[in-house]
Design a protein around this ligand. Structure first.
Ligand code: TYD
Length: 134
């Protein structure tokens, strides 16, 4: 199964400009309980460096771009998020890192659960040992 699953939004834009619509349970394959966005990231800063035990997420750069690295413990893939119409699914138990944020980057993340620190795996070694058990 491919590690990189893209979510394409229909472009509802017209000659006035762009319009993208996100619907939980429809364009996004889960009900959205939480939305957050990362913006104003300083140059040279990388974020993420964790996996989630249960949480499912979809990430879009609604402005600018960043490079998303995903690792399921066996395979490592990277993808540029650089379109407000093209998101990437970040499933549970996938280590992810975000690098090379452009100055204008707004990274929008849709999440299947409320924030829960105990759902995070923040050590790559712990993640690797958990992922080998699956
Ligand atoms: P963190 O998940 O460490 O950010 P990154 O995307 O770089 O991994 O989150 C930074 C801080 O914000 C951390 O103290 C947890 C807090 N936080 C919340 O309280 N709620 C949230 O929904 C998120 C994503 C983070």
């Amino acid at each position: 199964m491919s590690l990189v699953k893209i979510v394409e939004l229909p472009n509802l834009g017209d000659d006035r400009g762009g319009l993208a619509v996100i619907e939980g349970g429809k364009t996004i394959p889960f009900d959205i309980k939480r939305t957050y966005y990362i913006y104003g990231t300083k140059q040279g800063v990388s974020r993420g460096f964790h996996a989630h035990k249960e949480l499912k997420q979809v990430a879009f750069c609604v402005s600018g771009r960043c490079r998303l690295v995903m690792d399921d413990g066996l395979t490592k893939k990277e993808v540029w998020l650089d379109s407000p119409l093209r998101g990437v699914q970040i499933p549970a138990m996938v280590w992810h890192e975000m690098h090379d944020f452009s100055q204008d980057c707004v990274l929008l993340v849709l999440a299947s659960e409320y924030y829960e620190e105990s759902d995070y795996i923040r050590s790559y070694e712990v993640f690797k040992s958990h992922s080998q058990l699956q």
